[in-house]
Design a protein around this ligand. Structure first.
Ligand SMILES: C[S@@+](CC[C@H](N)C(=O)[O-])C[C@H]1O[C@@H](n2cnc3c(N)ncnc32)[C@H](O)[C@@H]1O
Length: 287
């Protein structure tokens, strides 16, 4: 959270949210990579601030020889790890500056992961062109239309292909975005779907995050023709003292900070179930 900027909860439409995300990540990519690069590793796959690694979690299953799409890849650390496991990753992000860091790391590690600039709500990939898709906090917390992201991923996955993504645990939205004791007090409704918005003096959004309840996420997944297999809530490890913004040892030992949704595309494309739109559309996330 940027203290000087007015912060509020309000509706933020897809175009405004995407513009804010692109500008924010373009402007902040260098600082983000400088601050978090060591935690992330150049060729490592970490699902979130609790340091759950794909190397131990194996939520994607066997990746050898698989075509994998990394969504909102940042500097594509996860894809470089996947390439080292014998997968064929393609990494995309909205931010050109984040992708430039990806290109630098590709060069530094001599790992040529293809990098693409795209918005997760409209993917420039063919139907059924990937075996797996994954995202560690990429895109999903920042998009106004996460249902569209689920549909797009389902479209580009082959039938039966897995889509695993991590995002801020929905329960965190009840609490103040504070790593300390103030962040342990419920201050807002879990059911308030309005976005968290920082804006400039003219009312233009400069940073936006979107909230979905657990039920909202499940409905968006199911409506896209995906099957939900698991929701992993990584626990804060005893030996981890390093905080990541609002994700701190104090809070992490008391409540979940990350939710990892493990889904797969159904064998046949299903229509959206009746009533799937009944959930109202619509903290600060990882940055
Ligand atoms: C918290 S970073 C996560 C990236 C990486 N997994 C990591 O841990 O550093 C979020 C990323 O999502 C990207 N992003 C935000 N909105 C997006 C969108 N609509 N489509 C694609 N990427 C998006 C941002 O540019 C940023 O690189």
């Amino acid at each position: 959270m940027t203290v000087n900027e007015p912060v509020l909860r309000r509706v933020s439409e897809p175009a405004e949210s995407a513009l804010a995300a692109r500008r924010w990540w373009d402007a902040g990519a260098a600082d983000y990579q400088a601050e978090h690069g060591a935690f992330l590793g150049d060729c490592d796959f970490v699902w979130g601030p609790e340091r759950l690694r794909e190397e131990t979690a194996r939520l994607l299953g066997d990746v050898t020889g698989r075509r994998v799409l990394e969504v909102g890849c940042g500097a594509a650390q996860c894809s470089r790890w996947l390439a080292g496991q014998g997968a064929h990753p393609v990494a995309f992000d909205l931010s050109a500056a984040q992708l430039r860091h990806g290109a630098m790391l590709n060069q530094r590690t001599a790992t040529a992961v293809p990098l693409v600039q795209a918005d997760a709500q409209r993917l420039p990939f063919a139907d059924s062109s990937f075996d797996l898709a994954c995202s560690a906090y990429g895109a999903v917390p920042f998009v106004a239309d996460s249902a569209a992201v689920m549909r797009e991923i389902a479209r580009v996955l082959r039938p039966g292909g897995r889509w695993v993504f991590s995002t801020t645990h929905p329960v965190r939205w009840c609490f103040r975005d504070d790593a300390g004791p103030k962040g342990l007090v419920v201050e807002s409704s879990y059911f308030d779907r309005r976005a968290y918005v920082e804006q400039d003096g003219a009312g233009r959004a400069t940073y936006v995050e979107h909230h979905r309840t657990i039920g909202d996420r499940v409905r968006e997944i199911v409506a896209a023709g995906l099957v939900l297999e698991d929701i992993v809530e990584p626990e804060w490890p005893d030996d981890l003292e390093q905080a990541w913004a609002q994700w701190s040892p104090l809070r992490g030992r008391l409540m979940p900070g990350t939710a990892v949704f493990v889904t797969r595309r159904g064998r046949t494309r299903s229509a959206a179930p009746a009533g799937s739109a009944r959930a109202a559309a619509g903290g600060s996330a990882r940055r």
